[in-house]
Design a protein around this ligand. Sequence first.
Ligand code: TRP
Length: 461
Amino acid sequence: MAHKRSKFSSRFGFIAAAAGSAVGLGNIWKFPFEAGKGGGAAFLIIYLVFCFVLCYPLLITEIAIGRKSQRNPVGSFKILGHSRWTFIGFLSVLCGILILSFYNVVAGWVFGYFVEILLGNFAIGENFESFIADVSEVGGYSLLFMVVTAFIVSKGITNGIERASKILMPALVIIMLFLSIYALTLDNAIEGVKFYLIPDFSKVNIEIIYRALGQSFFSLSLGMGALITYGSYLKKNEDIITSGAIVTLSDVFIAFLAGLMIFPIVFSQGLSTDGGTGLIFVTLPGVFEGMGPVLGIIIGSLFFLLLSFAALTSTISLMELPVSYLVDQRNIKREIAVWISAAVVFLLGIPSLIGNGYSAFFTEFITYFGADKPTDFMTFMTDIALNSLLPVGGFFISIFAVYIWKRRKLFRELSYGNEKFLKSWIAKYVAFCLQYIAPVVLGITFIITVLEIFFGLHLFS
Ligand code: TRP
């Protein structure tokens, strides 16, 4: 099966695309509310430790698997000669579809906010609940989002994904820097900074730990082959070690910046840090309003527009999972594979769409054992896909890489493009992490997570 695979045209192109996949709603929408719930600084620190200590080695491993095999996650394991491990690939594709199904709904909220603020509707912040329950409006935006994603993915790697990422990522960073600085000038902002930067470890419990773990995986697009797929489009002479570090750093930097932007605002408005999924949607419009009508509309709509683009570079990478599977393994034409995937994912997203107030059944979808309140469908999906499946994917990938595929081969692949790697301390650390830290931490956390979320068994409290 010697087909020519399209390649990222430059190193910057790959980094922009991989960072584009990583940076998204996970950083700017989800990270702040998870950090808010998890006690601010304490959550931030645990998250940072996971990103650098655990996730970075896994990130470069995924990229190396992809580049070596030149395949989608399902094909990868076959090509490397371990068909029995193909299940990880299937798990990846499944997980990608599940994540994209609800991610696309939130992307619809973001795009809807862009439109509303452009029209000067700053009151949208107070009306968040009714906005997300308005299925025809949000459904329309989500559908639009899915169509745009599908269109770009159908154009293939270099033309679509790479070109879009290169322009949009830097623009987003600039506007977030501006907003963070602006946020610091608001009344009472300093309380927010304290909350975010001075840790209170008495708040740490096992829930914060596994949420920080799920968050770090989600944020880095890790644990389910998105990076195997991107790695498969990478040239042999590219330096995975350095590119991976740049991707990790930029992702972490943007999440950090998002917190620095949101918490001063939350405190200056006297709101609760425990705002849940609505946190950025409820707090930000008021700030834009405070900038005055003209500036507020410009900055506010620009922010949500760029956030839509950040989400888009992530939906693209998620969509690439089922698509590359259908193209490589099922010999379906790229254009057709894209529209099949888009249709399936959109349909699967409907329960998440209507589970925010519109349909009582999906809004109160399930009550976990021992829980006092029911959980909505979207939260249920995040508990399954993100808090459970991603770490499991990481667990299997680490075991596969060092014990099955073997460390020697992994390290040889990693050393192409970076000859110094093999002798560096990073190599020693990566080996240690994949052999011991990752399997143990991920295995144990997975068990605790499942017992705690789904069965209400609190082992440590
Ligand atoms: N990392 C993205 C974000 O933070 C979400 C994402 C894109 C993702 N592709 C992924 C998560 C693949 C897991 C796997 O918004």
